[in-house]
Design a protein around this ligand. Structure first.
Ligand code: FMN
Length: 436
């Protein structure tokens, strides 16, 4: 029977999609400490999640007012981010089964450096590494890596395609059995099983071989999240897991169908890529308790925090508008972008920027699911059966409490229905995802 796959969503930061995370009384303020992340990994592993996954970006948000001042003051998304690849190691050493996914950009790294990092993580986790491939959407990332200009959107994907080819060559540069470790004869490795790569392409050059032997999975599980036409093509070609944000089931189903159809072009069977739309659950022993949790959380979002992140996501400087101004009064060149957000969230264009910031900062358009464990399981089951996804990315509203509640209350209900594993089978993340 087809079963649900689950990923826990994280940022190495004070906020996640929810901008109230760090302010929530049930959140432990440990986001600079290893134990905070290790604890989250343990909770999700207790719930038999397939993986925990870190989004990331490489710049401090400064679209609003042309400076990071307000973003830092209110703790907008991106005001603080640790390096998730380092954290992944800390999480790997205290867990045995859960996969660990980390975002890295193909625009600002070199394949050698990146391939080495993920091969190392795959060794240290004994086959549980995943890489979320992004091309970097923020122009300001360029300035942190020695470039004056951000590469144009479609060219970033061209580079990403070549980047994946080079990374795969590097991961393949050690064949199986290359490491001999014959103590008696003093033979360390078999050089005939380790190869130069000699890649010279349009964007990248790499000589190889990697200095890291072939890892348990051979290469990390490839995750992708791209919404544009080029992004979807890239996902259809490479992704084994897709993280997606759609506001409702109609949009989820349409995305799901689109990607699975595109995959055929690359000779891939639909089941070789798992598509996981994100949801933010609020679970309560009764429906009223769940609704109170949601209301309390949503009220905690500072409107400026949400507005600052929106400014950054849209690339629109909203500092010139009053918080009490309605969206429809925003100047023409910015209006269309804001209107798209308003429509996505099914809001009215008479809404003020203050209210829009508060609503956007709740979950960045990730749908909130509210109810008893049975009601939440009903919703997930319905979405799963109507092919809105192969599972879900669970986005927390407070940490680690949101994950604890989901694991303790919803997971048993999904297991009872035969929709979710009771134990891990197999050894690697690819095994858990049914990709082998
Ligand atoms: C749901 C979703 C999540 C994303 N998460 C990240 C992220 O964590 N870091 C990042 O740099 N880009 C992220 N992106 C951006 C894309 O991966 C991609 O690099 C960029 O948006 C351009 O792709 P697109 O135009 O195809 O969406 C995300 C995009 C989507 C749709």
């Amino acid at each position: 029977m087809r079963q649900i796959h689950l990923a826990g969503f994280l940022l190495a930061s004070q906020v996640v999609h929810s901008h109230a995370v760090w302010r929530h009384p049930r959140t432990e303020l440990g986001f600079l400490e290893p134990e905070y992340y290790q604890n989250i990994a343990r909770v999700l592993e207790r719930g038999k999640f397939d993986l925990v996954f870190f989004a990331d970006s490489l710049t401090m948000p400064d679209t609003y007012g042309g400076s990071f001042t307000e973003s830092l003051k209110y703790g907008a998304q991106g005001a603080l981010r640790l390096d998730p690849l380092v954290l992944a190691t800390a999480m790997a050493v205290v867990t045995k089964h859960i996969g660990i996914g980390v975002t890295r950009s193909t625009t600002y790294y070199q394949p050698y450096d990146l391939a080495r990092g993920f091969a190392t993580l795959d060794h240290l986790s004994r086959g549980r590494a995943a890489w979320n491939v992004v091309t970097s959407s923020r122009a300001s990332e360029a300035g942190n890596f020695g470039f004056d200009e951000h590469l144009e959107h479609d060219l970033r994907y061209d580079r990403a395609n070549e980047f994946l080819e080079v990374a795969c060559k590097l991961w393949g540069s050690w064949e199986e059995g290359a490491l001999v470790l014959d103590k008696e004869n003093g033979i360390f490795a078999d050089p005939s099983k380790v190869n130069y790569v000699h890649h010279v392409g349009q964007w990248l050059k790499s000589r190889g071989p990697l200095t890291v032997p072939r890892s348990p999975q051979g290469r990390p599980v490839i995750i992708q999240a791209g919404a544009s036409n080029k992004g979807r093509e890239f996902a259809a070609k490479w992704a084994e897991l897709i993280f997606e944000i759609s506001p409702n089931s109609t949009a989820m189903k349409s995305y799901y169908q689109d990607i699975k159809t595109r995959m055929a072009k690359y000779g891939r069977k639909p089941d070789t890529c798992k598509i996981l739309p994100a949801v933010m659950p609020f679970v309560g022993e009764t429906e009223t308790i769940a609704q109170e949790k949601q209301a309390f959380h949503n009220e905690l979002v500072h409107p400026m925090a949400g507005l600052l992140t929106m400014s950054n996501h849209l690339g629109v400087d909203l500092s010139q508008y009053s918080l009490d101004q309605s969206v429809e009064k925003v100047e023409a060149q910015d209006y269309q972008k804001l209107l798209a957000v308003v429509q996505r969230l099914s809001l009215d264009k008479t809404i003020t920027l203050r209210d829009l910031g508060k609503i956007y900062g709740r979950s960045l358009a990730v749908p909130q699911l509210v109810g008893t464990p049975i009601q939440i399981a009903d919703k997930l089951e319905a979405l799963f059966h109507e092919q809105a996804g192969d599972g879900f990315v669970i986005s927390p509203a407070y940490l680690p409490g949101s994950f604890d509640e989901f694991v303790d209350l919803v997971i048993p209900e999904l297991q009872k229905r035969g929709l979710f594993r009771k134990e891990y089978t197999g050894n690697t993340l690819r095994d858990s995802l049914g990709l082998n």
